[in-house]
Design a binder for this molecule. Structure first.
Ligand code: NI
Ligand code: MN
Length: 225
């Protein structure tokens, strides 16, 4: 399996079978993103919530009929109305797709569309692909059940926000890593806007002092697992 960081909270996962899954594709309107929606293809797009920096360029990346958009039902109904293929879940629900299992887990955050429509609950995602468990936290503050999420499915890769203001900051993310106990933590959701300025290298340094593995992924960088 390959994991590529696309900037902000956007990641692309390519399974061993070659199935491509893009999470929160904020690409064309993110000046820091090096890969734009017309340079990528995705069999699946996973959306954690309705905010513009997560739904991002779903409409240009998704190909009607070929791409399945996955997320909570209220948000998915907006894409289904436009003729896109969707798969609706709710928090705590999981489904076995051809790439592996995907489960929605809680996130403490809002989820209103840019035009003010209620889009259901914000979510985190646990993906089980090629024998690895990846927990993408979405946008969230810290919460105690992160410990339960890590106990129910031992997490290989934790993709965790550190930017503060809208989500947990690096101090809280350090606590969250202690709760989840992942094999590797990768910071996200920082430095895209002035309000979410954070030093990911300092965060990873603090992690390692506490015995945890962290890695700063450069935008565009790809890792194999
Ligand atoms: Ni948000
Ligand atoms: Mn966000």
């Amino acid at each position: 399996m390959k994991l590529q960081y696309l900037g902000h909270s956007a990641f692309r996962i390519v399974s061993e079978k070659g199935i491509s899954i893009v999470i929160d594709p904020f690409l064309d309107r993110n000046p820091l993103a090096t890969l734009k929606s017309d340079q990528l293809s995705a069999e699946y797009i996973v959306l954690t919530h309705a905010h513009g920096d997560h739904v991002g360029d779903t409409l240009s990346l998704a190909k009607k009929g070929n791409t399945t958009i996955i997320g909570v039902g209220e948000l998915m109904s907006m894409f289904a109305e436009k003729g896109y293929k969707t798969h609706s879940l709710q928090i705590g629900g999981a489904f076995r797709f051809d790439f592996g299992r995907l489960k929605l887990v809680p996130a403490l955050h809002g989820s209103l569309t840019h035009d003010g429509r209620y889009a259901g609950l914000a979510a985190g995602v646990v993906l089980s692909i090629d024998g690895k468990n990846i927990y993408h936290c979405g946008d969230t503050g810290i919460f105690g059940d992160m410990k339960l999420i890590g106990e129910m499915q031992p997490i290989d890769l934790l993709l965790i926000p550190i930017g503060g203001n809208y989500t947990m900051d690096a101090d809280d993310a350090l606590w969250a890593v202690k709760l989840v106990q992942p094999k590797l933590a990768i910071p996200m959701h920082y430095n895209t806007f002035p309000l979410i300025k954070a030093d990911p290298h300092e965060f990873v340094g603090r992690l390692s002092k506490q015995g945890f593995n962290g890695k700063v992924m450069e935008i565009g960088e790809e890792l194999s697992f």
